[in-house]
Design a protein around this ligand. Structure first.
Ligand code: BV8
Ligand code: ZN
Length: 247
């Protein structure tokens, strides 16, 4: 199932970098970004996840995030998340970079998670920037207001907004430095995150995709493991454990 090269990398790699997308949470029951079901199927998420949409119709966009928060609060991390949490302790250097805003990596025990697109559980005032008090915004259907009168927005990065500089810098440095790069559960359509696997490859990393369907990047990568990350990631960790002891 995995190539001799990948097995060698799992045994010997000095630095492993992992980029996850919505697919890593699919087996937990979180709809992937482009396949939201039900009521929201009629909306294009790349149009809803914008500042313009929020300013035009705050209640609609806020209730979309409330719906998503409701799902995320009701699910558990899956074996793929737990395998990545264990990987932190198995490799000399391990960088976990995610496009996901669902907090499931942290809930699975990953201690260092670099969130390129923010976190759905962080909300803040769009006017004064004050964080919404308390951890969990209430799942209301109507947008909330700050004391200053400004609207409360979700703490995610919308299309057309820049990614948090420190997180993007970290991700680019990890891609430049790693020996093995895993792209897990991402369609490879959203930039600049989707540029990371090829950045790693250009600097000599061995780049592997884990996805039931080939992503937009698949043809350019070194190896594609076609299957669910909740099954494949634990297998990769078991392989690595044959050669390494938990640090
Ligand atoms: C930026 C947070 C600089 C919000 C997200 C015009 C104007 C402005 C920008 C652009 C433009 N044209 C293009 C751009 C760039 C734009 C972009 O890339 N657009 C795309 C659509 C072409 N990028 C940006 O705007 C970024 N900012 O460029 O700033 C700038 C600034 C100003 C002006 C110009 C430029 C900001 C991008 C961040 C957007 N925010 N999320 C929210 O969540 O509501 S992105 C969103 O998509 C999610 O974070 C999601 O993670 C991400 C990527 O999607 P995927 O994770 O890949 O999920 P997807 O559903 O697509 O795929 C799931 C995959 O899982 C599939 O392949 C499936 O096969 C697989 N799968 C399914 N089951 C499993 C599985 N895999 C494994 N196991 C399974 N069991
Ligand atoms: Zn405010």
């Amino acid at each position: 199932m995995i190539s001799a090269t990948l097995e060698h990398m799992l045994a010997e790699a000095r630095h492993i970098a992992v980029l996850t997308g919505a697919g890593v949470s699919a087996e937990s029951g979180v709809p992937t970004f482009r396949t939201a079901g039900g009521l929201w199927a009629q909306y294009d998420p790349t149009r809803l996840a914008t500042r313009e949409a929020f300013e035009e119709n705050p209640d609609l966009v806020w209730s979309w995030y409330s719906w998503r928060r409701g799902i995320i609060r009701g699910v558990q991390p899956n074996p793929g998340h737990f395998a990545l949490a264990e990987a932190e302790r198995l490799f000399p250097r391990f960088s976990l970079i995610t496009q996901n805003v669902d907090n499931l990596h942290r809930r699975a025990g990953s201690r260092e998670v670099h969130e390129l697109h923010g976190n759905i559980e962080h909300s803040r005032c769009i006017a004064c920037g004050r964080p919404y008090p308390g951890d969990e915004a209430p799942p209301t259907e109507t947008a909330l207001h700050c004391e200053c009168g400004g609207l409360i927005r979700p703490g995610v990065v919308w299309f057309g907004e820049s990614l948090p500089e420190t997180e993007l810098d970290f991700a680019q440095q990890a891609a430049l430095d790693c020996d093995l790069f895993l792209a897990v559960g991402t369609s490879g359509l959203v930039y600049p995150a989707a540029g990371l696997p090829l950045l790693a490859q250009r600097r000599g990393a061995y780049v592997v995709e884990i996805n039931p369907e080939p992503s937009a990047l698949a043809r350019q990568l070194d190896e594609c493991l076609q299957g669910p990350s909740g099954v494949i990631l634990p297998l990769l960790i078991e392989t690595a454990k044959r050669f390494r002891t938990t640090v």
